[in-house]
Design a protein around this ligand. Structure first.
Ligand code: PEP
Ligand code: MN
Length: 338
Protein backbone atom coordinates (compact mmCIF):
# COMPACT_ATOMS: atom_id res chain seq x y z
CA UNK A 1 0.00 0.00 0.00
CA UNK A 2 1.06 3.56 -0.65
CA UNK A 3 0.09 6.46 1.61
CA UNK A 4 0.78 9.86 0.06
CA UNK A 5 0.82 12.59 2.71
CA UNK A 6 -0.40 16.13 2.06
CA UNK A 7 2.27 18.74 1.33
CA UNK A 8 1.51 20.49 4.62
CA UNK A 9 1.48 17.32 6.72
CA UNK A 10 3.33 17.76 9.99
CA UNK A 11 5.96 15.39 11.37
CA UNK A 12 3.50 14.51 14.10
CA UNK A 13 0.83 13.50 11.57
CA UNK A 14 3.35 11.45 9.60
CA UNK A 15 4.46 9.63 12.75
CA UNK A 16 0.85 8.94 13.65
CA UNK A 17 0.21 7.32 10.24
CA UNK A 18 3.41 5.26 10.48
CA UNK A 19 2.31 3.99 13.91
CA UNK A 20 -1.13 3.09 12.55
CA UNK A 21 0.46 1.15 9.67
CA UNK A 22 2.78 -0.71 12.03
CA UNK A 23 -0.19 -1.50 14.29
CA UNK A 24 -1.91 -3.03 11.26
CA UNK A 25 1.08 -5.36 10.82
CA UNK A 26 2.50 -3.48 7.83
CA UNK A 27 6.21 -2.67 7.40
CA UNK A 28 6.76 1.01 6.48
CA UNK A 29 9.31 2.53 4.08
CA UNK A 30 9.38 6.33 4.22
CA UNK A 31 10.43 8.58 1.37
CA UNK A 32 10.64 12.30 2.06
CA UNK A 33 10.59 14.37 -1.11
CA UNK A 34 11.03 18.12 -1.54
CA UNK A 35 7.36 18.78 -0.93
CA UNK A 36 5.68 15.53 0.03
CA UNK A 37 6.22 12.40 2.13
CA UNK A 38 5.29 8.98 0.74
CA UNK A 39 4.87 5.96 3.02
CA UNK A 40 5.08 2.59 1.32
CA UNK A 41 3.60 -0.29 3.32
CA UNK A 42 4.58 -3.90 2.70
CA UNK A 43 3.24 -7.05 4.30
CA UNK A 44 -0.27 -8.40 4.82
CA UNK A 45 -2.01 -5.37 3.31
CA UNK A 46 -4.83 -7.38 1.69
CA UNK A 47 -6.74 -7.43 4.96
CA UNK A 48 -6.08 -3.77 5.81
CA UNK A 49 -9.06 -1.41 5.53
CA UNK A 50 -7.52 1.41 3.49
CA UNK A 51 -10.40 3.79 4.08
CA UNK A 52 -9.35 4.09 7.74
CA UNK A 53 -6.02 5.55 6.63
CA UNK A 54 -7.65 7.98 4.24
CA UNK A 55 -9.35 9.62 7.20
CA UNK A 56 -6.19 10.21 9.22
CA UNK A 57 -5.08 13.85 9.48
CA UNK A 58 -2.47 14.88 6.91
CA UNK A 59 -3.22 12.00 4.48
CA UNK A 60 -3.81 12.90 0.81
CA UNK A 61 -4.31 9.51 -0.88
CA UNK A 62 -4.10 5.82 -0.10
CA UNK A 63 -3.60 3.23 -2.87
CA UNK A 64 -3.45 -0.49 -2.87
CA UNK A 65 -0.68 -1.83 -5.06
CA UNK A 66 -1.04 -5.55 -4.44
CA UNK A 67 -4.34 -7.20 -5.34
CA UNK A 68 -6.78 -8.03 -2.55
CA UNK A 69 -7.41 -11.42 -4.14
CA UNK A 70 -4.46 -13.78 -3.81
CA UNK A 71 -5.65 -17.12 -5.17
CA UNK A 72 -7.56 -15.62 -8.10
CA UNK A 73 -4.63 -13.39 -9.10
CA UNK A 74 -2.51 -14.24 -12.15
CA UNK A 75 0.58 -14.52 -9.95
CA UNK A 76 -0.85 -17.59 -8.22
CA UNK A 77 -0.78 -19.58 -11.48
CA UNK A 78 0.99 -17.58 -14.18
CA UNK A 79 0.45 -20.32 -16.78
CA UNK A 80 -3.36 -20.02 -16.47
CA UNK A 81 -6.04 -22.43 -15.25
CA UNK A 82 -7.52 -25.06 -17.52
CA UNK A 83 -10.78 -26.53 -16.23
CA UNK A 84 -11.14 -30.11 -17.41
CA UNK A 85 -14.40 -32.02 -17.67
CA UNK A 86 -14.97 -35.74 -17.51
CA UNK A 87 -15.28 -36.22 -21.28
CA UNK A 88 -11.97 -34.44 -21.91
CA UNK A 89 -13.42 -31.01 -22.79
CA UNK A 90 -11.17 -28.28 -21.41
CA UNK A 91 -11.96 -24.63 -20.80
CA UNK A 92 -8.95 -22.32 -20.78
CA UNK A 93 -6.79 -23.77 -23.53
CA UNK A 94 -6.58 -23.07 -27.29
CA UNK A 95 -10.06 -24.34 -27.99
CA UNK A 96 -12.91 -21.88 -27.45
CA UNK A 97 -15.71 -23.87 -25.81
CA UNK A 98 -19.32 -23.17 -26.73
CA UNK A 99 -22.17 -23.67 -24.26
CA UNK A 100 -25.58 -23.24 -25.82
CA UNK A 101 -29.23 -23.96 -25.21
CA UNK A 102 -32.44 -22.38 -24.04
CA UNK A 103 -32.73 -19.90 -21.21
CA UNK A 104 -35.06 -22.36 -19.43
CA UNK A 105 -35.68 -26.05 -19.83
CA UNK A 106 -39.34 -26.19 -20.86
CA UNK A 107 -40.19 -29.68 -22.12
CA UNK A 108 -38.78 -32.99 -23.31
CA UNK A 109 -39.08 -32.07 -26.98
CA UNK A 110 -37.66 -28.59 -26.55
CA UNK A 111 -34.50 -29.74 -24.76
CA UNK A 112 -33.92 -32.83 -26.92
CA UNK A 113 -34.27 -30.85 -30.14
CA UNK A 114 -31.97 -28.14 -28.83
CA UNK A 115 -29.37 -30.70 -27.76
CA UNK A 116 -29.29 -32.20 -31.25
CA UNK A 117 -28.89 -28.76 -32.85
CA UNK A 118 -26.21 -27.61 -30.41
CA UNK A 119 -24.19 -30.77 -30.91
CA UNK A 120 -24.50 -30.69 -34.70
CA UNK A 121 -23.26 -27.10 -34.77
CA UNK A 122 -20.19 -27.92 -32.66
CA UNK A 123 -21.24 -26.97 -29.13
CA UNK A 124 -19.74 -28.78 -26.12
CA UNK A 125 -22.21 -27.90 -23.36
CA UNK A 126 -25.98 -27.87 -23.25
CA UNK A 127 -27.19 -24.94 -21.17
CA UNK A 128 -30.65 -24.55 -19.65
CA UNK A 129 -32.04 -23.19 -16.43
CA UNK A 130 -34.12 -25.36 -14.11
CA UNK A 131 -34.12 -22.84 -11.25
CA UNK A 132 -34.66 -19.41 -12.75
CA UNK A 133 -33.91 -16.07 -11.08
CA UNK A 134 -36.73 -14.05 -12.64
CA UNK A 135 -37.21 -10.34 -12.02
CA UNK A 136 -40.95 -10.93 -11.60
CA UNK A 137 -42.33 -13.52 -9.18
CA UNK A 138 -45.16 -14.14 -11.68
CA UNK A 139 -42.81 -15.13 -14.53
CA UNK A 140 -41.96 -18.79 -15.28
CA UNK A 141 -39.69 -19.97 -12.46
CA UNK A 142 -38.29 -23.09 -14.11
CA UNK A 143 -39.02 -26.83 -14.06
CA UNK A 144 -36.74 -27.68 -11.16
CA UNK A 145 -35.15 -31.12 -10.84
CA UNK A 146 -37.52 -32.72 -13.35
CA UNK A 147 -36.10 -30.31 -15.93
CA UNK A 148 -32.56 -31.28 -15.02
CA UNK A 149 -33.42 -34.95 -15.50
CA UNK A 150 -34.58 -34.17 -19.03
CA UNK A 151 -31.54 -32.05 -19.79
CA UNK A 152 -29.15 -34.73 -18.55
CA UNK A 153 -30.81 -37.32 -20.76
CA UNK A 154 -30.75 -35.01 -23.77
CA UNK A 155 -27.12 -34.08 -23.18
CA UNK A 156 -26.05 -37.71 -22.74
CA UNK A 157 -27.89 -38.72 -25.89
CA UNK A 158 -25.69 -36.28 -27.82
CA UNK A 159 -22.41 -36.41 -25.90
CA UNK A 160 -22.81 -32.94 -24.40
CA UNK A 161 -21.93 -31.62 -20.95
CA UNK A 162 -24.53 -29.82 -18.84
CA UNK A 163 -24.38 -26.33 -17.32
CA UNK A 164 -27.22 -25.03 -15.16
CA UNK A 165 -27.74 -22.37 -12.54
CA UNK A 166 -27.76 -23.06 -8.82
CA UNK A 167 -29.63 -20.36 -6.92
CA UNK A 168 -29.29 -21.49 -3.35
CA UNK A 169 -27.33 -23.77 -1.05
CA UNK A 170 -30.19 -26.24 -0.62
CA UNK A 171 -30.17 -27.00 -4.37
CA UNK A 172 -26.49 -27.94 -4.65
CA UNK A 173 -26.71 -31.55 -3.49
CA UNK A 174 -29.74 -32.40 -5.59
CA UNK A 175 -28.20 -30.87 -8.73
CA UNK A 176 -24.89 -32.76 -8.58
CA UNK A 177 -26.13 -35.93 -10.32
CA UNK A 178 -27.24 -33.89 -13.34
CA UNK A 179 -24.84 -31.00 -13.79
CA UNK A 180 -21.19 -30.86 -14.94
CA UNK A 181 -20.82 -27.13 -14.41
CA UNK A 182 -22.72 -25.22 -11.72
CA UNK A 183 -23.59 -21.70 -12.83
CA UNK A 184 -23.78 -18.88 -10.30
CA UNK A 185 -25.96 -16.20 -11.87
CA UNK A 186 -25.31 -12.48 -11.95
CA UNK A 187 -27.80 -11.87 -9.16
CA UNK A 188 -25.94 -14.27 -6.88
CA UNK A 189 -22.37 -13.18 -7.62
CA UNK A 190 -22.14 -11.73 -4.13
CA UNK A 191 -24.17 -14.37 -2.33
CA UNK A 192 -21.16 -15.15 -0.20
CA UNK A 193 -22.79 -18.00 1.70
CA UNK A 194 -23.56 -19.76 -1.59
CA UNK A 195 -20.03 -19.12 -2.83
CA UNK A 196 -18.50 -20.46 0.38
CA UNK A 197 -20.56 -23.63 0.07
CA UNK A 198 -19.62 -24.06 -3.61
CA UNK A 199 -15.99 -23.69 -2.60
CA UNK A 200 -16.38 -26.96 -0.70
CA UNK A 201 -17.94 -28.82 -3.64
CA UNK A 202 -15.70 -30.69 -6.07
CA UNK A 203 -17.56 -29.63 -9.19
CA UNK A 204 -16.59 -26.80 -11.58
CA UNK A 205 -18.38 -23.48 -11.09
CA UNK A 206 -19.10 -20.75 -13.64
CA UNK A 207 -19.36 -17.39 -11.90
CA UNK A 208 -21.24 -14.70 -13.81
CA UNK A 209 -20.39 -11.05 -13.28
CA UNK A 210 -23.02 -9.18 -11.26
CA UNK A 211 -24.99 -6.50 -13.08
CA UNK A 212 -23.27 -3.74 -11.13
CA UNK A 213 -20.05 -5.51 -10.19
CA UNK A 214 -16.57 -4.24 -10.87
CA UNK A 215 -13.95 -6.62 -12.19
CA UNK A 216 -12.28 -6.52 -8.78
CA UNK A 217 -15.53 -7.57 -7.11
CA UNK A 218 -15.91 -10.42 -9.62
CA UNK A 219 -12.41 -11.65 -8.77
CA UNK A 220 -13.04 -11.29 -5.04
CA UNK A 221 -16.15 -13.45 -5.42
CA UNK A 222 -14.06 -16.02 -7.29
CA UNK A 223 -11.64 -15.86 -4.37
CA UNK A 224 -14.37 -17.25 -2.09
CA UNK A 225 -14.59 -20.36 -4.29
CA UNK A 226 -10.83 -20.80 -4.51
CA UNK A 227 -10.36 -20.19 -0.79
CA UNK A 228 -12.68 -23.14 -0.13
CA UNK A 229 -10.43 -25.34 -2.29
CA UNK A 230 -12.48 -25.37 -5.49
CA UNK A 231 -10.01 -24.29 -8.17
CA UNK A 232 -12.23 -25.22 -11.10
CA UNK A 233 -13.70 -21.79 -11.64
CA UNK A 234 -14.72 -20.17 -14.93
CA UNK A 235 -15.70 -16.49 -15.04
CA UNK A 236 -18.40 -15.07 -17.30
CA UNK A 237 -18.85 -11.54 -18.65
CA UNK A 238 -22.60 -11.20 -19.23
CA UNK A 239 -22.97 -7.44 -19.52
CA UNK A 240 -23.30 -4.83 -16.83
CA UNK A 241 -25.91 -2.17 -16.22
CA UNK A 242 -24.95 1.26 -17.51
CA UNK A 243 -26.84 4.42 -18.52
CA UNK A 244 -27.36 2.89 -21.99
CA UNK A 245 -30.83 1.45 -22.40
CA UNK A 246 -30.76 0.40 -26.05
CA UNK A 247 -29.42 -3.03 -25.17
CA UNK A 248 -30.51 -5.06 -22.13
CA UNK A 249 -27.06 -4.63 -20.59
CA UNK A 250 -23.76 -3.27 -21.85
CA UNK A 251 -21.30 -5.97 -22.82
CA UNK A 252 -17.96 -5.07 -21.32
CA UNK A 253 -15.73 -6.72 -23.89
CA UNK A 254 -12.68 -5.05 -22.37
CA UNK A 255 -13.30 -7.06 -19.17
CA UNK A 256 -11.96 -10.09 -21.07
CA UNK A 257 -8.40 -8.83 -21.64
CA UNK A 258 -8.44 -7.15 -18.22
CA UNK A 259 -9.38 -10.41 -16.46
CA UNK A 260 -6.80 -12.30 -18.55
CA UNK A 261 -4.14 -9.98 -17.22
CA UNK A 262 -5.29 -9.89 -13.60
CA UNK A 263 -6.29 -13.52 -13.16
CA UNK A 264 -5.37 -17.04 -14.25
CA UNK A 265 -9.04 -18.08 -14.45
CA UNK A 266 -10.70 -18.74 -17.82
CA UNK A 267 -13.39 -16.28 -18.88
CA UNK A 268 -16.31 -16.80 -21.25
CA UNK A 269 -18.68 -14.26 -22.77
CA UNK A 270 -22.48 -14.34 -22.69
CA UNK A 271 -23.65 -12.13 -25.57
CA UNK A 272 -27.28 -13.19 -25.05
CA UNK A 273 -27.84 -11.64 -21.63
CA UNK A 274 -25.44 -8.83 -22.48
CA UNK A 275 -27.49 -7.56 -25.42
CA UNK A 276 -30.97 -9.00 -24.85
CA UNK A 277 -31.63 -9.00 -28.60
CA UNK A 278 -30.88 -11.81 -30.96
CA UNK A 279 -29.82 -9.52 -33.81
CA UNK A 280 -26.96 -8.20 -31.65
CA UNK A 281 -25.80 -11.57 -30.32
CA UNK A 282 -23.56 -12.66 -33.24
CA UNK A 283 -21.50 -9.45 -33.23
CA UNK A 284 -20.82 -9.69 -29.49
CA UNK A 285 -20.07 -13.40 -29.77
CA UNK A 286 -17.50 -12.63 -32.47
CA UNK A 287 -16.06 -9.84 -30.33
CA UNK A 288 -15.73 -12.23 -27.36
CA UNK A 289 -13.62 -14.63 -29.40
CA UNK A 290 -11.57 -11.82 -30.93
CA UNK A 291 -10.91 -10.37 -27.46
CA UNK A 292 -9.47 -13.65 -26.18
CA UNK A 293 -12.49 -15.21 -24.48
CA UNK A 294 -12.15 -18.89 -23.61
CA UNK A 295 -15.74 -19.72 -24.41
CA UNK A 296 -19.26 -18.54 -25.07
CA UNK A 297 -22.61 -19.01 -23.38
CA UNK A 298 -25.34 -18.53 -25.97
CA UNK A 299 -29.11 -18.89 -25.75
CA UNK A 300 -30.56 -21.00 -28.57
CA UNK A 301 -34.18 -22.16 -28.73
CA UNK A 302 -35.95 -24.30 -31.35
CA UNK A 303 -38.84 -21.83 -31.33
CA UNK A 304 -37.68 -18.57 -29.71
CA UNK A 305 -40.97 -16.77 -30.28
CA UNK A 306 -42.68 -19.25 -27.97
CA UNK A 307 -39.91 -19.42 -25.36
CA UNK A 308 -41.03 -19.15 -21.73
CA UNK A 309 -38.08 -16.88 -20.95
CA UNK A 310 -35.61 -14.73 -22.88
CA UNK A 311 -37.07 -15.51 -26.32
CA UNK A 312 -36.01 -12.16 -27.80
CA UNK A 313 -32.35 -12.90 -27.18
CA UNK A 314 -32.44 -16.57 -28.16
CA UNK A 315 -31.03 -17.53 -31.54
CA UNK A 316 -32.93 -19.71 -33.99
CA UNK A 317 -30.94 -22.94 -34.47
CA UNK A 318 -30.05 -21.96 -38.05
CA UNK A 319 -28.62 -18.65 -36.82
CA UNK A 320 -26.52 -20.55 -34.32
CA UNK A 321 -25.08 -22.74 -37.09
CA UNK A 322 -24.16 -19.68 -39.15
CA UNK A 323 -22.63 -18.01 -36.12
CA UNK A 324 -20.48 -21.04 -35.33
CA UNK A 325 -19.13 -21.01 -38.88
CA UNK A 326 -18.14 -17.35 -38.54
CA UNK A 327 -16.60 -17.92 -35.13
CA UNK A 328 -14.28 -20.54 -36.59
CA UNK A 329 -12.81 -17.90 -38.89
CA UNK A 330 -12.34 -15.43 -36.03
CA UNK A 331 -10.85 -18.11 -33.77
CA UNK A 332 -8.21 -19.02 -36.32
CA UNK A 333 -7.29 -15.35 -36.72
CA UNK A 334 -6.45 -15.21 -33.00
CA UNK A 335 -4.72 -18.59 -32.97
CA UNK A 336 -7.57 -20.48 -31.34
CA UNK A 337 -9.89 -23.22 -32.51
CA UNK A 338 -13.57 -23.66 -31.82
C1 PEP B 1 -29.02 -17.23 -17.43
O1 PEP B 1 -27.90 -17.60 -17.80
O2 PEP B 1 -30.08 -17.71 -17.84
C2 PEP B 1 -29.12 -16.09 -16.47
C3 PEP B 1 -30.20 -15.92 -15.71
O3 PEP B 1 -28.05 -15.31 -16.52
P1 PEP B 1 -27.64 -14.02 -15.65
O4 PEP B 1 -27.43 -14.51 -14.26
O5 PEP B 1 -26.37 -13.56 -16.32
O6 PEP B 1 -28.75 -13.01 -15.78
MN1 MN C 1 -31.74 -16.28 -19.91
Amino acid sequence: MIVAMQEKATEEQIDFVIDAMVDAGVGVHRTTGASQTILAGVGPTASVDLSKFELLPGVLHVHRISSPYKLAGRGFRPEGTVVEFRNGVKVGNERVVVMAGPCSIESHDQIFETAARVKAAGGSFLRGGAFKPRSSPYAFQGMGISGLELMREAADAHGLLVVSEVMEISQIESMLPYVDLLQVGARNMQNFNLLRELGEVRRPVMLKRGIAATIEELLLSAEYLLAGGNYDVILCERGIRTFETYTRNTMDISAIPVVKKLSHLPIVGDPSHATGRRDKVPAMARATVAAGGDGLLIEVHPNPDRALSDGAQSLFPEQFVTLMDTLRVIASAVERTI
